[in-house]
Write a protein that binds this ligand. Sequence first.
Ligand SMILES: [Zn+2]
Length: 245
Amino acid sequence: MVIKTIDILKNEIPIEEESLIITEDVKAGLVLVDIINGFCTVGAGNLAPREPNRQISEMIEESKRLARLFCDKKWPILAFLDSHQPHKLEHPYPPHCITGTDESNLVPALRWLEKEQNVTIRRKDCYDGYIGSFQEDGSNVFVDWVKNNKIQTLLVVGVCTDICVLDFVCSTLSAKNRGFLNPLEQVVVYSKGCATFDFPASMARNSKDISPHPQELMHHVGLYMAKERGAKIAREVSFDSLKKP
Ligand SMILES: [Zn+2]
């Protein structure tokens, strides 16, 4: 029997996942991290998948499902969109998601969100959506969004699990611990609503620009690191009050 690296990793650093049931009596907010063409649509750019990818497709489907439920309830959604000026590169990655191009727009399955009243769109030019939410006057779009909507449970989905999702979750948890985000109580990362890119070691050997990044391993590591910071990891998310008879 061949033991795969991912099985060893899951055995060595297991992640306890839970089922999140969102009820009417808790104020919930949904954060969508970079579910944009440049990272998710086949052939859309330097950092887009080269071929259809199961983890990314599932992430889009689950994010769409949650976004639809939140919109039906008029509950708050904040969507981060990676958007860079052409002359400002983001080391160590090649140019991607340039402002004004379709790479930096929501994927077709989520584009309808732009017209929804309960959705806030925040374009950011760095990995971390918390840092990317600071405005020139020192205010922070994300902090204001949490406070104005009195969000207690923050549900996070998007890409990449181990990069922008993780960075945002880490900053949010540090800010919460310092009392910047009251009344926020918990940050939940939905594992099936997250994905990362696949760049196996065999391909990385021929590239001097990008390090190896095996998808399943890095997705697992991202979730593990988020949990280590105090996030909850959800295997499934359901809405108690929205069950149809
Ligand atoms: Zn970027």
